[in-house]
Design a protein. Structure first.
Length: 316
């Protein structure tokens, strides 16, 4: 009798879409017998804790700890995550068996008609009318809004993706910022709203944004073999580099930080006392963490060590 597998997932519409997508890819890539997979919904702290801001929670597994506990307890065989939700330090005994081909890593600014500034032309300003109320729960987006829309106010926004769009339509916000991948995957209608794609090289996304990851027990060779055909090497390498900067520069939910790996250049953003600072770092052919800074806020700069304790960071 063939082994029956159990996959753990959160219960949101987006989490279920991601799990269904992974299962479909498994069926398509199967050689011989199609794996028998049962889906088990697991509620995480992030699903029940509706605090306005998620400060200090990512590295504690706010959206992942309960799924990881189920893996350790052998209640499930793998868990499907949004990679951006996973702490950068993998718990002992667990591993990523697959990172699927990435969707768009970019954020979208979704704006109600009355708050959209069609005359805005400056690349360093968002097309929002002064005084617009912009919803986000992310400290990264909140920090960037203070730089790119200083005349607007950032307000807390929690809930799943459809709920956030509904709140915008109901007039509780003038605009919201969401990940493009989530909106695209759910196929939500944005009719009547202005949608602005924010270039990830300038408005840096969360490290790993747009990628779906599969986590399993490190010694489960059967699961590893099952996922090998759908593990996308290019996406894994790029997102691993983004997450390496997140880990080394101590970013995350306690320090607003963004990263987007584009070939051998990594576009970084971090909040400093002077505001949101954009950097471009060069990486070597082995995708090691960069040790040079080639641009600072669009200007060519001398090379710098990018370790967290370097005086450069204190000076920004």
């Amino acid at each position: 009798m063939s082994r029956r597998f159990v996959v753990g997932t959160r219960g949101s519409a987006l989490a279920r879409w991601q799990t269904d997508h992974v299962n479909q890819r498994l069926r398509e890539s199967a050689v011989g017998e199609v794996p028998d997979v049962e889906v088990r919904v697991i509620t995480t702290q992030g699903d029940v804790n509706l605090a306005d801001r998620l400060a200090g929670t990512l590295e504690k597994g706010f959206f992942t700890a309960e799924l990881e506990a189920a893996l350790h307890a052998r209640e499930i065989d793998w868990a499907v995550h949004s990679l951006k939700d996973l702490p950068t330090r993998m718990p002992a005994g667990l591993t990523l068996v697959a990172v699927l081909t990435r969707a768009s890593p970019a954020d979208l600014l979704v704006v109600a008609e009355a708050a959209f500034d069609a005359a805005a032309t400056r690349p360093d300003r968002l097309p929002l009318k002064a005084g617009a109320k912009v919803g986000t729960s992310s400290l990264r987006r909140d920090a960037m809004l203070k730089t790119f829309a200083p005349e607007c106010s950032s307000l807390p926004l929690r809930g799943n993706v459809p709920t956030r769009v509904d709140k915008l339509r109901a007039g509780k916000y003038d605009a919201i910022v969401l990940a493009e991948a989530g909106l695209s995957r759910l196929g939500l209608s944005l009719d009547g709203l202005h949608v602005v794609r924010l270039d990830p090289r300038a408005w840096q996304p969360a490290p790993g944004q747009g990628a779906v990851a599969v986590q399993a027990r490190a010694g489960d060779d059967a699961v590893r073999a099952l996922f090998a055909p759908i593990d996308h090497e290019e996406t894994r390498a790029a997102t691993a580099l983004e997450r390496a900067f997140l880990r080394e520069l101590e970013g995350g939910c306690t320090t607003p930080f963004g990263a987007f790996a584009d070939a051998n250049r990594v576009h970084l953003g971090i909040v400093r006392p002077k505001g949101w600072v954009s950097l471009v770092a060069q990486v070597d052919g082995e995708h090691q963490i960069a040790d040079v800074l080639v641009e600072l806020n669009g200007q060519q700069e001398p090379r710098h060590d990018l370790t967290p304790n370097h005086p450069l960071w204190r000076a920004l």
